[in-house]
Design a binder for this molecule. Sequence first.
Ligand SMILES: NC(=O)c1ccc[n+]([C@@H]2O[C@H](COP(=O)([O-])OP(=O)(O)OC[C@H]3O[C@@H](n4cnc5c(N)ncnc54)[C@H](OP(=O)(O)O)[C@@H]3O)[C@@H](O)[C@H]2O)c1
Ligand SMILES: [Zn+2]
Length: 342
Amino acid sequence: MKAFRVHEHGGPEALREETLPDPAPAADEAVVEVRACALNHLDLWVRRGVPGHRFPLPITPGCDIAGVVAEVGSVVRNAKAGDRVVVAPGFGCGWCEACGDGDDNLCREYGIMGETRDGGYARYVRVPSRLLIPIPAGMAFEQIAAVPLTFLTAWHMLIGRCGLRAGDDVLVHAAGSGVGSAAVQIAKLCGARVWATASTEEKRAKARDLGADGAFGYEGFAEEVRKRTEKRGADIVFEHVGTATFEGSLKCLAKGGRVVTCGATTGADARFDLRAVFFKSLSILGSTMGSRGEVMRIVRLVGQGRLKPVVDRVLPLSEIRRAHELLEKREQFGKIVVVPEA
Ligand SMILES: NC(=O)c1ccc[n+]([C@@H]2O[C@H](COP(=O)([O-])OP(=O)(O)OC[C@H]3O[C@@H](n4cnc5c(N)ncnc54)[C@H](OP(=O)(O)O)[C@@H]3O)[C@@H](O)[C@H]2O)c1
Ligand SMILES: [Zn+2]
């Protein structure tokens, strides 16, 4: 089969096209014929490398996979050849205390498709069978592939970590990002008032179309939030931009507010005044991924049309390098999806 793999970290050219043997499933795995794979910022980190972190190279990136089951291992009972499936992107060991509690993402052996084992930039991928989720009837592969990782991350941040409630004022940074476009919708679904940042007026208009009550640029966003919340500030700030926004994100919180972060796109150094943290009883929360059950709930809501995949464009897998460049240049709103050629 054809696959795009990373042997050494680098620019888009580090994605090398190769011919590999078709994979065979282990007893508790399925082999899925990939029909669509969505890109994530994670794919850029896997390709470029992250100082101090070791990825298992060579690796086939791609964590958001939808396709058709081609073959299942001998003990698999939850899927069969021909099933249309979307793949939950993360997996714990299944045996430890955290996994037993349903906190898969707190498992010490937690892994992600396309980061810790081969992912979806290929014609076929091996998948632990418990990650297979049936695709809602009538939904296209390119649409459902745009859902798992970003909606899971945003859901766990807002609901799992922040306890989002109806009436909360929520600031979502970068509504045009994968996680941001999911967060706007989840916060609206739960009855929040949603404010959004985005770099261009075109993206801000799309953020409003997605449901944001208002959208503005990054410059002076903290003042803008105070103005729009009758000077109260935001109950929740959805962070992932990092250094460029973090100080302002804390500044625009209401008393008792929480900032929740899953990323450091612009850098990992943050400055803030500790006195504001204690005087205003603020919480700074970290979050990574979430549980398999959360992905299943999200897929159900997508099937009901209450959450919508946001697909910026669909490209052939052969254009994966260009797809990475588009994401790096922030030209997308929502998700870029690639489709392997038959
Ligand atoms: N820990 C986890 O579980 C987890 C899960 C998912 C994502 N993440 C992290 O969260 C971040 C977002 O992920 P994603 O996949 O949603 O990313 P993405 O789709 O590539 O979007 C990144 C966004 O960053 C925004 N941005 C703002 N200032 C920027 C700047 N100065 N330079 C570059 N980009 C800037 C861009 O906003 P504009 O659209 O306004 O230009 C862009 O939309 C990444 O750092 C990712 O690694 C973490
Ligand atoms: Zn575990």
